[in-house]
Ligand binder design. Structure first.
Ligand code: AMP
Length: 190
């Protein structure tokens, strides 16, 4: 199993790039944000709970998110590997991910971070909000709150994976194809 954490602030392009990588490397793409949005759309209990946090740009509680992620991985135990997009978002979740993968005799092989300047992120997210219908992309205040939470809680994961020599930073600005090529180069070298 080759397991990759695709990392970066909201609007860095994780979802877009994960879609290319999953085909190129035959990996299962798990976006925790997408799973929550699917549950909101289908009005499940999980969706109702997640919605109250997501609409403010806050994080859904760890244990709820970890249990959901664990269930997603369990759906394809024989997968060639996974791209985790939007998970982990803090150290507690990163440690939980190690435990989950251990049960499959697997580990996180790399964290690849898309590096994008904050002001570019705000512009990208608000633009996406014009067409995506995502409530958390709809106002500058919520968008900035998500970026703030990223720096307060999530960015620390860079050092978590650096200590394990698994961190790879990639320039996330430019043509989509050029960024994909940068990501491919990192994965091919693993
Ligand atoms: P995303 O699609 O990754 O931007 O996530 C959208 C929203 O879903 C986030 O702002 C959180 O409210 C929630 N979410 C997604 N992934 C996680 C996670 N790993 N932990 C907690 N909340 C999450």
């Amino acid at each position: 199993m080759k397991n990759i954490v695709l990392f970066g602030p909201p609007g860095a392009g994780k979802g877009t790039q994960a879609n290319f990588l999953k085909d190129t490397y035959d990996l299962i793409h798990i976006s925790t944000g997408d799973v929550f949005r699917y549950n909101i759309k289908n009005k499940t209990d999980l969706g109702l709970l997640a919605k109250s946090y997501m609409n403010k740009g806050a994080l859904v509680p760890d244990q709820v998110t970890i249990d959901m992620l664990s269930d997603e991985v369990a759906k394809t135990p024989d997968a060639n590997g996974f791209i985790f997009d939007g998970f982990p978002r803090n150290t507690f979740q990163a440690e939980a991910l190690d435990e989950i993968l251990k049960a499959y005799d697997a580990e996180v092989n790399a964290m690849i971070a898309l590096e994008v300047d904050d002001e570019v992120l705000v512009k990208r997210l608000l633009k996406r909000g014009e067409t995506s219908g995502r409530p958390d992309d709809s106002s500058e205040e919520i968008v900035r709150n998500r970026i703030k939470i990223y720096y307060e809680e999530t960015a620390i994961l860079k050092s978590f994976y650096e200590k394990k020599e698994k961190y790879h930073g990639v320039d996330g600005v430019g043509d989509i194809d050029a960024i994909t090529a940068r990501l491919n180069a990192v994965i091919d070298a693993l």
